[in-house]
Design a protein around this ligand. Structure first.
Ligand SMILES: [Zn+2]
Length: 248
């Protein structure tokens, strides 16, 4: 019965135009009443949500930090797990065995998150402590990685996203870091098939694709930190075929 109500909620979201579904599989930094170690849904509930999403030819991703939460989500058939900063090695193996995506965030400096209050203060420290292990496991087991930022929460902190992308240099080549944030992220989003909100293909430069192009004054393959100062180093911004900045 409970999984029946979850199915109804997922159908509601898809009927309202959602491209895909993100379940809140467990606690989070900014959810004071649900601690990081708690798990929200049973495996049956997760599977029910996944079935509805499949009927709509799209996918379920899930917010999950703790090993049990992540493992249950993978067992329930999700296509992607978000965060997973507290995962252990058994969990990493499960990602690889089931070919599940991990969409995570490289938190390395406390400036990579907005300042927290209440229980969020301790929780965000736990995520930071877990980050290096997550990327080590992802490399060791060849987990499919998507890139993102998370707890920035304000336009003032938005420029931090570029700095966070350069954190990936600790584990990956500059080319692989840039690919993760562009064509590889696009592969994950393409799992929404016809539910995609975009009018063209993402993550490629080809005829018919959305023309989102950045031109840098310098070669980010040699020096990724160029992207930390976009005002200075970004010469051209084209989005959806429209030029928003052109210093050339
Ligand atoms: Zn989340």
């Amino acid at each position: 019965m409970i999984s029946g109500s979850l199915k109804r909620r997922v159908r509601e979201q898809l009927l309202q135009g959602a491209s895909h579904i993100k379940l809140v599989g467990g606690g989070g930094v900014s959810s004071p009443r649900s601690p990081l170690d708690m798990t929200t849904f049973s495996e049956d509930e997760i599977r029910a949500a996944v079935e509805v999403a499949r009927d709509w030819n799209t996918y379920v991703t899930i917010h999950a930090y703790a090993p049990r939460t992540v493992q249950r989500a993978i067992a329930g058939g999700v296509a992607c797990v978000e965060h997973a900063h507290l995962m252990d090695e058994d969990t990493a193996r499960m990602f690889a065995d089931k070919n599940v995506w991990l969409s995570t965030q490289p938190f390395l400096s406390m400036e990579d998150a907005a300042s927290q209050t209440g229980p969020g203060v301790e929780r965000v420290k736990q995520l930071f402590a877990g980050t290096p292990k997550v990327y080590d496991y992802a490399k060791k087991y060849g987990i499919k990685l998507a890139w993102g930022s998370d707890v920035l929460f304000s336009p003032q902190l938005t420029p931090r996203q570029n700095i966070m992308l350069t954190h990936l240099s600790n584990w990956f080549s500059n080319a692989d870091a840039l690919k993760m944030a562009t064509s590889v992220n696009a592969e994950l989003l393409a799992l929404s098939n016809l539910r995609t909100p975009y009018a063209g293909k993402l993550g490629v430069i080809e005829e018919g694709a959305l023309a989102d192009v950045l031109v840098w004054n310098g070669n980010p393959l040699d020096d990724l930190r160029l992207i930390e100062a976009p005002e200075k180093n970004l010469s051209v911004i084209v989005k959806d075929g429209r030029v928003h900045k052109n210093l050339l």
